[in-house]
Design a protein around this ligand. Structure first.
Ligand SMILES: Cc1cc2nc3c(=O)[nH]c(=O)nc-3n(C[C@H](O)[C@H](O)[C@H](O)COP(=O)(O)O)c2cc1C
Length: 161
């Protein structure tokens, strides 16, 4: 099987650690979606981040991505993000509007604190209609923090291998 790519956006580190686990289990390459303007990862200032994220959503913004992502080189791309205000962060729209996923296999996953995937896996399908989108994996933040390799393995067995 050709090497997949695991792409992720993460501010508090849990989508990142989940992405790293998926990459370890599948032998994938990893790439971070880096925002041009860094988000504050200090959890003591959660309220300010929550306000900013809400404003971005209300204003339908497209926060810029700083780095070039090697998506064209891969047939299979895992895409991970946290739930922000019941959906994915607006930078994920930037991603789908900046890169072509036609003909690729896209596999979403996300971290959350109760919202599951918030319907975002359906949104992913709508945003890249010419990709094959496989069933995603929502991971609770606390699970992502302690690490749940068995859960990730079971999901991969079901949808990927
Ligand atoms: C701005 C903001 C909004 C959030 N909104 C939701 C939400 O609507 N539903 C939910 O389940 N969790 C929500 N969370 C919790 C995050 O999804 C959770 O902390 C996640 O593990 C963070 O991922 P990260 O560590 O990769 O940044 C929110 C967190 C932040 C910072």
């Amino acid at each position: 099987m050709k090497k997949p790519l695991v792409l992720y956006f993460s501010v508090y580190g849990t989508a990142k650690s989940t992405a790293e686990e998926i990459a370890r289990l599948t032998g994938a390459d990893l790439a971070e979606i880096e925002p041009a303007v860094t988000y504050d990862g200090d959890r003591n200032r959660y309220n300010a981040l929550a306000r900013l994220a809400k404003r971005e959503q209300d204003e339908d913004r497209r926060p810029a991505i700083k780095n070039k992502l090697p998506i064209a080189d891969y047939d299979t791309v895992f895409i991970g993000y946290p739930m922000w205000w019941y959906t994915f962060p607006m930078i994920i729209y930037t991603l789908f509007e900046s890169y072509d996923f036609a003909g690729k296999t896209v596999i979403p996953f996300n971290t959350h604190m109760g919202s599951g995937d918030g319907g975002t896996y359906e949104t992913v399908k709508q945003l890249c209609p010419k990709a094959k989108v496989l069933p995603g994996l929502p991971v609770e933040m606390s699970d992502a923090e302690r690490g749940v390799p068995e859960k990730i393995s079971r999901w991969l067995e079901k949808i990927y291998y």
